[in-house]
Design a protein around this ligand. Structure first.
Ligand code: AMP
Ligand code: ZN
Length: 131
């Protein structure tokens, strides 16, 4: 069984910050910043591509509440709300989860984005994705 399913079942300890019938939110053990929280659907889905509509809605509604709870508790300057989908994108636990990462300073979390706008034809890409 996956590690987050074990946590949800209570077989592995965690620091719970929120729970309802469908969602459990726990402190991420790595604490990228103070209050870094993971929102887990209680049902196992491997990743964002697998997540069903019902749980997508449960997770996002819970994430809104929890973000406000962290905001009230620590008054950060902002948040990153992140999902890593598959290993190439940094997913290390294959049980869908959202990261809520409060932000206090600029360099706590570095995400480098290249500007590749000169390399791609946006009309062609939009057509391809729309199918
Ligand atoms: P990701 O890399 O997006 O799949 O995120 C997985 C996250 O789970 C990482 O940030 C880990 O620090 C966190 N993590 C792994 N094991 C545990 C655990 N037992 N309790 C809390 N967080 C965990
Ligand atoms: Zn699981």
């Amino acid at each position: 069984m996956c590690i987050f399913c074990e946590i949800i079942k209570g077989n592995i300890p965690s620091k719970k910050v929120y729970e309802d019938d469908n969602v459990l939110a726990i402190l991420d053990i790595s604490q990228i910043t103070k209050g870094h929280t993971l929102v887990l659907p209680k049902k196992h889905f491997d990743n964002f591509l697998d997540l069903d509509d019902e749980y997508a809605s449960h997770v996002f509604l819970a994430a809104k509440k929890i973000t406000k709870m962290i905001d009230k508790a620590y008054k950060p300057l902002g948040f990153n709300i992140i999902n890593n989908c598959n290993e190439i994108a940094g997913q290390s636990v294959m049980h869908y989860h959202l990261h809520i990462i409060p932000r206090y300073e600029k360099d706590e979390l570095v995400m480098n984005h290249n500007d590749n706008s000169n390399k791609f034809d946006l009309d062609e890409i939009a057509l391809k994705i729309r199918g």
